[in-house]
Design a binder for this molecule. Structure first.
Ligand code: G
Ligand code: G
Ligand code: MN
Ligand code: NA
Length: 257
């Protein structure tokens, strides 16, 4: 209960932050975008992990204001980056996590629309990350919400792909842009032929369905080479960078050009 009350105040007072982890194009080494990750330093100055506060937010309903905050903040930071870039558009997108519960309880498309309007940025600068469970819970609702998000020119990624109960029929119907290959398939893939086979299968599925892939948890150069050889488009992981604050992230983007 204490955590919930504290989190509620932190959201109301705009005391959460977003950190950013680069999404790197294997072919060019360019930073295509960043995943935005919520960070919370509590009243005692302790950094509380999202794996701790996101479940609290989901159980208490706070995930709705938190999710709206994350979408709005991502748009705000992007607009700020453009200003810092001498008014020239910073050519990258932010990928924001949205919880399954939020998809059901809230109008995410409206949150995206309002963030784009408030901060005057194009929809192509935002990507929404959803897990498979969000879609399985209510596929018709998911289809309707995703279509509205696409109408705003924002993109959609399926997070942690391969770990849920993917219904391949829905995968074909939903307007997904990116499959994020779960970290568990990348870990130790270099000496595990079965993991390589799984990644190859996901890659082939993505290509057939006209989607791009982002491999999560890329930690070594060997993994990056193998993923790139398998045709994966983007990589995310400690090999490239850990999540960092927005000042460092803008600098990272500049250095990658
Ligand atoms: O940032 P970290 O690597 O510790 O993230 C842990 C988990 O928390 C990840 O699964 C990530 O998707 C989730 N997460 C981080 N920020 C957000 C957020 O703003 N909203 C939601 N719903 N999940 C988030
Ligand atoms: O579930 P989601 O993909 O949103 O999770 C993002 C989480 O993955 C963040 O907590 C981030 O810190 C973590 N992460 C990012 N890159 C790596 C990596 O290379 N290795 C590991 N172990 N975790 C990573
Ligand atoms: Mn994610
Ligand atoms: Na993930």
């Amino acid at each position: 209960f204490g955590l919930e009350t504290e989190l509620r105040h932190a959201i109301e007072d705009d005391r959460l932050r977003l950190d950013f982890q680069p999404l790197v194009e294997f072919a060019t080494g360019a930073v295509a975008g960043f995943e935005a990750l919520a960070r919370w330093t509590n009243g005692d100055g302790q950094l509380v992990s999202p794996s701790e506060f996101i479940p609290v937010a989901e159980d208490s309903g706070l995930i709705v204001p938190l999710g709206q905050w994350a979408i709005g903040k991502a748009a705000e930071v992007l607009a700020d980056w453009d200003r810092q870039n001498g008014g020239e558009r910073v050519d990258c997108y932010f990928s924001v996590n949205v919880s399954a519960i939020q998809l059901v309880r809230d109008d995410i498309a409206q949150a995206v629309r309002s963030a784009l309007e408030t901060h005057k940025i194009g929809g192509e600068r935002l990507m929404i990350e959803l897990t498979e469970s969000a879609i399985i819970a209510d596929p018709d609702l998911a289809m309707s919400v995703l279509s509205k998000i696409k109408a705003l020119h924002a993109r959609i990624a399926m997070d942690d792909f391969g770990t849920g109960y993917s219904n391949l029929a829905y995968l074909q119907r939903l307007p997904l842009d990116v499959l994020k290959i779960d970290r568990s398939f990348v870990e130790h893939m270099v000496d595990d032929r079965e993991k390589v086979a799984i990644v190859r299968t996901i890659q082939s599925l993505a290509e057939t369905l006209g989607m791009r892939t982002t491999a999560e948890g890329v930690e070594t150069a060997d993994q990056a080479r193998l993923l790139s050889a398998l045709g994966c488009d983007f990589g995310q992981g400690f090999l490239f960078a850990r999540p960092m604050d927005s000042i460092s992230a803008l600098e990272f983007w500049r250095q990658s050009r």
